[in-house]
Design a protein around this ligand. Structure first.
Ligand code: PMP
Ligand code: G9A
Length: 414
């Protein structure tokens, strides 16, 4: 095997690049996924990837449910399924969303996808023409930038503060676009416990965003993987809750409330939009993993999910607290960070002049990893920020990781 590979690598090289499509040549690797490869096989304290803690995977529940599923529903669970997904699961999710978020929902408004990451690509395929204007938060989820970027939109970056996207600035941009004769196609927002910043959009801004969407006739893509992971403060309804016209495409996922290995998420949107995305999905993978779907159905329907969420919260709260305490204790003056009520991330802003991409090598040499902030900005124009994850490693490692990171920072600042 090794020999065959060596022979191939040593042969006269093909002109590899000449075979790729123009779009493939333009694709960018995800900084997070590349860092994960590096960190996976070492004893580095990883504050980088947004990984759930494996200790939160409900292994016993999954064993129990899987045994039942294979005994009673193997015909469905091991067969191809419809593209929209396993109907009992879609019904269970519709009623879960109605119960939890007071969003009236029916199964025709739900399609199952291979993680919400797939939904981001489907939205790109279904809605973006080259040059279409798409507004994103600055910073935003970098793999959404990569997914949409393939379809060549023009990104409009809207800054964030502690109350989420600055919707008043969006309004100003909308007026400018109108003057230029341009229209916004959609706003993409991670509305609650944002990735990467950890902040949550206030209710007033959610309502204002819906008003603007009506006034300027655009859609809203609300990506909501984290809202169930709340460690303090009061719940905020999703933007979808305020949507009476079908302008919001809502993305949910089992990755943070069951396990990312299931590769299962869902889109909740107007049936008209769902239908087009269904056709797009037919050509990609026919249907989401059916075994995952049937297990997830039992997980939601029989109340396992509602019993498990509080366990995840209790597990993560001390980790969030440990990170915030360590930042307070070790960080030098001039460093600011967000104080999230939930989710997985804290966002740091360092004094101007520090380039966190350049600093990463030194920090990795001290056995710690973070994600440099630059890749979370559509225009890659901010160098002095970073994202820290607090869910993956235990409290004492979080403290040690932050201590070492602060040490390097202090050296850089002198
Ligand atoms: N959106 C956001 C904001 C995320 O943080 C993630 C995962 N980190 C995803 C989408 C993709 O998640 P999945 O495909 O596992 O549902
Ligand atoms: O790429 C992954 O493994 C998912 C994590 C996303 C993130 O770190 O934001």
């Amino acid at each position: 095997m090794e020999d065959t590979l060596r022979r191939k690598l040593e042969a006269k090289p093909l002109n590899f690049e000449s075979f790729f499509s123009e779009k493939a040549l333009g694709m960018k690797a995800s900084e997070i996924r590349e860092l994960l490869k590096l960190v996976e096989s070492s004893d580095i304290i990883s504050l980088a990837g947004g990984l759930p803690a494996p200790e939160t995977f409900p292994v016993e529940m999954i064993k129990e449910i899987s045994a039942e599923v294979l005994e009673k529903h193997a015909d469905k669970a091991l067969q191809y399924g419809t593209t929209k997904g396993f109907t009992p699961l879609r019904l269970a999710l519709a009623s879960w969303m109605e119960r939890h978020y007071a969003i009236p929902m029916s199964k025709v408004e739900i399609m199952m996808v291979a993680g919400s990451q797939q939904a981001l690509d489907l939205i790109g395929r279904t809605f973006i023409n080259p040059g279409d204007v798409v507004a994103v938060e600055a910073p935003t989820y970098l793999a959404a930038l990569n997914a949409f970027g393939y379809y060549e939109p023009e990104f409009l970056s809207i800054p964030l503060d502690d109350d989420g996207m600055k919707v008043d600035l969006l309004e100003e941009k909308l007026e400018e676009l109108e003057k230029e004769g341009k229209k916004l196609k959609f706003v993409y927002t991670v509305s609650t416990f944002q990735n990467p910043a950890g902040v949550t959009m206030s209710v007033e801004r959610r309502k204002k965003l819906i008003e603007l969407a009506k006034e300027y006739d655009f859609l809203i893509v609300e990506d909501n993987p984290y809202s169930e992971l709340r460690y303090s403060g009061e719940p905020v309804p999703p933007i979808k809750h305020f949507d009476d016209e079908g302008r919001v495409l809502y993305l949910g996922t089992f990755s943070k409330i069951l396990s990312p290995g299931f590769r299962l998420g869902w889109v909740a949107a107007h049936p008209h939009f769902i239908r087009k995305m269904e056709i797009a999905k037919q050509a990609i993978d026919l249907c989401a993993n059916t075994l995952s779907q049937v297990i997830a159905w039992k997980y939601v329907e029989e109340g396992y999910l509602d019993r498990h969420i509080p366990e995840i919260i209790e597990f993560y709260r001390p980790r969030r607290d440990a990170m915030l305490e360590a930042l307070e204790e070790y960080m030098p003056d001039g460093v600011r960070w967000t104080k999230p009520d939930g989710g997985m991330f804290v966002w740091l802003t360092l004094p101007e002049g520090i380039d966190t991409k350049l600093m990463l090598e030194k920090v990795i040499a001290r056995g710690v990893a973070y994600v440099p902030g630059e890749a979370f900005f559509a225009h890659r124009d901010v160098k002095n920020t970073m994202r820290l994850n607090f869910t993956y490693v235990p409290e004492e490692k979080i403290r040690e990781g932050v201590r070492r990171l602060a040490e390097v920072l202090k050296e850089e600042l002198h």
